[in-house]
Design a protein around this ligand. Structure first.
Ligand code: ZN
Length: 147
């Protein structure tokens, strides 16, 4: 008996992520060599766990969480279906955040910078930069792919 296409996709999706060359090549090709989040070209690719496996010890605003609120690692998320190709900048910035936590942080970026950086406030005053309230939409969402 052979597996149906849907069974095969389940098998592939639950495959443990090992970071093998075969897995990395397939991941890089997932969005045509683009970062799943910003859409930039992937010079060097990081394999991002959409649902993090790492410990989260800060809130979306960068404040250290009390010990009781820190999240534990989730090795069950170390599967192929949970991986996204990411540029180094996106992967390092997303870190252990979930997509929605990261989206919230990015959505507050202008207000955080305006609060913390006088150069940002000056650049806004002089019209060198501008902030907008556009909702954060990741590249894979713009092109209509589910995570
Ligand atoms: Zn990126």
């Amino acid at each position: 008996m052979t597996a149906s296409p849907s069974q095969l996709s389940l098998l592939v999706g639950s495959e443990i992520w090992t970071g093998s060359k075969r897995q990395k090549d397939a991941l890089r090709a997932k969005f045509g060599g683009k970062c799943a989040y910003c859409g930039g070209d992937l010079d060097k690719m990081h394999a991002d766990h959409v649902k993090p496996i790492t410990r989260v010890d800060r809130d979306p605003w960068g404040n250290q969480l009390p010990m009781a609120e820190r999240k534990q690692m989730h090795p069950e998320n170390n599967v192929v279906s949970n991986m996204m190709p990411a540029c180094i900048g996106c992967n390092l910035h997303k870190g252990g955040y979930s997509l929605e936590e990261w989206r919230a942080l990015l959505g507050h970026a202008a207000s955080i910078l305006a609060r913390d950086k006088s150069l940002f406030r000056a650049a806004l005053r002089f019209g060198i930069i501008s902030a907008n309230a556009a909702p954060i939409k990741f590249y894979f969402e713009k092109i209509g792919c589910a995570s």
